[in-house]
Design a protein around this ligand. Sequence first.
Ligand code: GTP
Length: 476
Amino acid sequence: MILPDAFDFLASPFLVPVLCTGAVFWMHSKKQKPDETSQLRQMLWGIQFEPFRQQQQLMIGLLSCLGLLLLVAAAAVRLGPLAGALALAVASLGLRPLWRLVLGKLRRLRSRNLLCSKGGSADSDLEPCEAKLPVWIVTGFLGSGKTTLVNHILRQGHRLLVIQNETGDTSLDAELVIEAAGEENVMLINGCACCQIRRDLRDLLCRVRDKGMGDVEGIVIECCGLADPRAVVQTFLLDEEMKRSLQIQEVIAVIDAAHVARHLLATTSTPAARLVEVQIAFASVLLLNKIDQCDDFDALRPAIRAINSVQILPCTYCEVDFATLFAGAGKGPCTKPWRQDGGWSPFRALTEDIQLRSICVSDHEDQQPSPEGPLPDRPQIRCISVRVWGSLELDAFNRWVLRTLQDMDVMRAKGVLAISGYDAKFAFQAVHVAFDGTVALASKWGKDERRFSEVVIIGFEVRADLIEHGLKRCRA
Ligand SMILES: Nc1nc2c(ncn2[C@@H]2O[C@H](COP(=O)(O)OP(=O)(O)OP(=O)(O)O)[C@@H](O)[C@H]2O)c(=O)[nH]1
């Protein structure tokens, strides 16, 4: 008899946990978005309704899945395979979102646990890491490989929000990272003066937090190559709101093994050399990148160690093992500088006097150096950003850029180009005279989009008028 069996089944003990977990889950989903009623309830009762913690959410999700599966099993055993299949079909409607929730929570817990397993909560300086979104700060001098690293991290399949701080107007870095992260997960802050970054970054993070992070597992901030990382670190420590919801996981400095010697081993101290030192000194992880372009990278180690004694990870194209970079540091002696007595801690960013605000970068040759920039008698780094409309001829551009890199003693050049005869946008990159060639990007020019080429060139002797003139002569 099907009917009594069904009654029997309804009264079965399986139904109780299923209904309970379903009810709790439903309550939880309501609780995520506090409505006017719950706010009123809080006011009337004076009780703070705490949101569920990650582990509780996970438990609820797992219990719900288990309950639904038991329900299906009970239906199959008691009512036959047909009823089991029917119950499975109904349950699968509920299981899909549940399963997604459980997987999301597990991933988040894993990334949080990486932080905890590295001793985050054991550190008296740092607050418990639970419920805080981890933040990775990527720093390093111009062209050292920061965007390459961010792309490498994103390819590991983690859902991260990427915030880039660009020098100049070109959106090349964003174009490159968007390919790996998706457009909605990449945000830009322009400008390089650290006080400006701090305000903009804070505003941006507040907007992101208010909008809701979705299933984002963490935030990666790629600093501009001329920025002082201490300014970015301060953003997270000066603001109570930020401190409650975000936690610095690592400050990763990418060092360009091919070019760093000219800063670290130079006999005179230049603003660029001081900045490279600060970027290295303020890191918890050091990546010695581009070892394929350096004959003897071991010779650089003593100069780097003299500034910061944390572990140095040599690599090419920033291809370090993700686990080593984000979790494996726990192997062997403690490598976190803020775990060592008297060592560096993120909180030192608050007490250290930031003398080197950022290297003064001007877009115009006649611009006066800012009070925070280098002394007037020092050579000034210029960042020139030039846009020309129309398409360029590829060979003419390649010839021009190679000549310009040598003639103007360029430190860094990059840009997005419109090349005649191609729908795809093109990119070019150069660090000093190392020109990486001109490559097609995944993104294409729109049918009605007005084509242009935009280049950013950074160096001591770069001149906007010559760059504009040269680029115009490359037009098809
Ligand atoms: N040969 C070689 N080239 C590399 C390596 N890593 C990065 N590059 C190249 O170096 C150039 C600069 O790399 P990016 O990742 O854009 O450097 P960045 O630090 O983000 O540059 P900025 O944001 O302008 O400061 C690109 O052309 C990369 O392809 C490496 O290990 N070896």
